[in-house]
Write a protein that binds this ligand. Structure first.
Ligand code: IPD
Ligand code: CA
Ligand code: CA
Ligand code: CA
Length: 266
């Protein structure tokens, strides 16, 4: 698969995000006050979907805003693009400079190519299976911390405002007591990239979707990190949950802090 195609696609999509970032925005609410969508999310997704279908007419496409408008998620062995047009929409709305486009390409249900681009900071992360992870062309490595007690974590409150919040508070409480601190940067994809670049040691979240972490999870593994479900079982892209860490020990210790939150798959 063409890395060049994906990098150029991310850069062009980034131009659209950057153009919208400083403008007055048209904002709608989806399922809660923390679940927003703007005209830029839709514009970027339409642009990316069009480019992919022109270049690869037989490939499948999973995109957040298409699914929000009723498209079914079809994750099969076929070549599939998994796209989050703007990850960190609340940040985008508030001009908190952590928003990105996330592009993953999967074959036989395995992500083979990942690009995450933050156009505001002009930070382009990419990884190809077996070829390492890079930030603006420079090779990335995870932190060499070996314990949670010498780690900083990322985790998120997510966009739902419902009964799952009580467990999220308990998880955050346990995790903050066992570590050097927790950061919530408002983007699942960029939280993964923070682990990949060695700026934090772990990131966990319940409630994410496949488009939030498909690219970021590969970028972490290619930077030398590990991934799982928060309960420690193997990572499953459709499980609505993620845990990525710099090493197995930190992953296991993070997992031990987290209570499971049930979510329907996909
Ligand atoms: C959200 C962000 C946020 C995470 C939510 C996601 P969006 O994605 O990644 O950090 O906590 O679970 O839904 O809506 O900005 O694309
Ligand atoms: Ca969203
Ligand atoms: Ca997202
Ligand atoms: Ca999004």
């Amino acid at each position: 698969m063409s890395l060049q195609f994906a990098l150029e696609l991310a850069r062009s999509a980034g131009e659209i995000i950057k153009e919208g970032y400083f403008k007055q925005k048209v904002i709608s609410q989806k399922c809660s006050i923390a679940d927003l969508v703007t005209e830029t999310d839709t514009k970027v997704e339409n642009f990316v979907q069009k480019k992919i279908s022109e270049q690869f007419p037989t490939h499948e496409f999973i995109g957040e805003e298409s699914v929000s408008s009723g498209a079914k998620i079809s994750f099969t062995d076929s070549p599939t693009w998994i796209i989050d047009p703007v990850d960190g929409t609340s940040n985008f709305v508030h001009r908190f400079p952590f928003c990105c486009i996330s592009i993953a390409y999967a074959e036989k249900k395995k992500v083979a190519l990942a690009v995450v681009y933050n156009p505001i900071l002009d930070e382009m992360y990419h990884a190809e299976l077996g070829k390492g992870a890079f930030l603006n062309g420079a090779k990335l490595s995870v932190s060499d911390a070996q314990n949670l007690s010498s780690s900083i974590l990322c985790s998120e409150w997510g966009s739902q405002r419902d009964a799952t919040m009580d467990t999220k508070v308990r998880n955050m409480h346990k995790a903050v007591l066992a570590s050097r601190g927790i950061r919530s940067i408002g983007s699942a994809a960029l939280s993964c990239c923070m682990v990949a670049r060695g700026s934090v040691e772990s990131y966990f979240e319940y409630g994410i979707h496949c488009w939030d972490v498909a690219a970021g999870e590969l970028i972490v593994r290619e930077a030398g990190g590990v991934s799982a479900s928060p309960d420690g079982s193997p990572f499953d892209l459709m499980s609505r949950s993620v845990l990525v860490s710099c090493c197995r020990q930190v992953l296991d210790e993070t997992s031990a802090c987290i209570e499971r939150i049930p979510f329907d798959r996909e």
